[in-house]
Design a protein around this ligand. Structure first.
Ligand SMILES: Cc1cc2nc3c(=O)[nH]c(=O)nc-3n(C[C@H](O)[C@H](O)[C@H](O)COP(=O)(O)O)c2cc1C
Length: 320
């Protein structure tokens, strides 16, 4: 039996599984594979490079895909939003910052909107802006985010926004148990990043993907070290969950020391091999525990759907 939710109805998809708009990882091929399997694939518009965005929509071909941007970055060069809207995306997602202007523009263009939040007050702001879907991200997630766990944040957001806004759960979900649990906590579907990063279609080197498979969630940490090192100007409250390595071990507890030694550390970082993950950043979340191999993204969608259907079908067994 299909899993039908407010999300599948609003976004006209068969399966309530969305691939996250991961910067430089979620290209058109990954987004198209997820949409092709009945979910919704999002291109990772990231910091907002127009040529890359154009190329990835072309890569997705005729498949219906959406796109997501890092709000505070894309607002510095908002022309890329018009370029993305010109491709008539299935959804426009904003994340990390005040996205009202982008949401309003997308709505005016008739494009469904999503806003990823990390705190209750942000959820209230997103609901006020009239988004079609709020993505509730817990601290378990790979990549940037904040410090709240998903299990209490998700039902709290549901209580706050009521029934009319579709909710997706993000952070630490990589199988059908996570999808079924998210539905029970008040979500209408899930957004997965780490699980789709370890897919055949994700952009990225084989070495990076092999490292994902051999690493566990315990080996990830939330830190600001790599944003300081790479000179990416993230707002103060955000950290990024990444895989532990030598650079993190040295500087995680000493950001002041890193700032004092910045030019030497940055030069060392840039001189390292791109696949040397003892130095280079590898973004991934706690869900690595549940990633056993690199698989085609469509197979991941179909397996998670089938697992969740099986769990939901057995749910009455808990009642006596
Ligand atoms: C490699 C990677 C890159 C990411 N890049 C972005 C990004 O550019 N924009 C964004 O909104 N979220 C980004 N995220 C976060 C996702 O939107 C999502 O919240 C997260 O992946 C969900 O948690 P999970 O990784 O446990 O599935 C990224 C996540 C990963 C793993």
């Amino acid at each position: 039996m299909p899993i039908e939710t407010a999300f599948t109805r609003k976004f006209d998809v068969k399966v309530p599984i969305v691939s996250a708009p991961m910067d430089l990882v979620s290209g058109g091929a990954l987004a198209a594979a997820v949409s092709g399997a009945g979910g919704l694939g999002l291109i990772g518009g990231g910091y907002g490079k127009a040529n890359w965005v154009d190329a990835q929509f072309r890569e997705a071909g005729a498949q219906r895909v959406g796109i997501g941007f890092i709000t505070w970055s894309v607002q510095r060069d908002p022309g890329v939003i018009d370029i993305a809207l010109g491709h008539k995306p299935a959804a426009m997602m904003v994340s990390f910052g005040d996205g009202e202007d982008i949401v309003a523009k997308a709505k005016a263009a008739g494009v469904a909107t999503m806003w990823q939040v990390q705190r209750l007050e942000q959820a209230a702001q997103a609901a006020e802006a009239g988004v079609d879907c709020i993505v509730v991200q817990g601290q378990e997630a790979g990549g940037h985010g904040m410090d709240r766990g998903l299990v209490s944040l998700l039902p709290s957001v549901r209580d706050l926004v009521g029934k009319d806004t579709a909710l997706l759960a993000a952070g630490g979900i990589a199988d059908g148990r996570g999808l079924a649990a998210a539905l029970m906590l008040g979500a209408d579907g899930v957004m997965l990043g780490t699980r789709f990063w370890a897919s055949a279609e994700a952009l990225g080197s084989e070495a990076a993907k092999a490292r994902l498979v051999s690493t566990k969630g315990d080996e990830t940490v939330r830190s600001k070290v790599f944003d300081v090192l790479r000179d990416v100007d993230w707002p103060q409250n955000y950290t990024g969950r990444i895989v532990q390595n030598d650079v993190l071990r040295r500087w995680h507890g000493d950001l002041g020391g890193l700032s004092q030694n910045l030019s030497a550390e940055r030069a060392r970082y840039l001189a390292s091999d791109e696949d040397d993950y003892s130095t280079r950043v590898l973004i991934a979340g706690e869900a690595l525990d549940l990633v056993g191999s690199i698989e085609p993204a469509g197979d991941i969608v179909r397996r998670i759907e089938a697992e969740a259907q099986d769990i939901l079908a057995r749910a009455p067994g808990f009642l006596r």
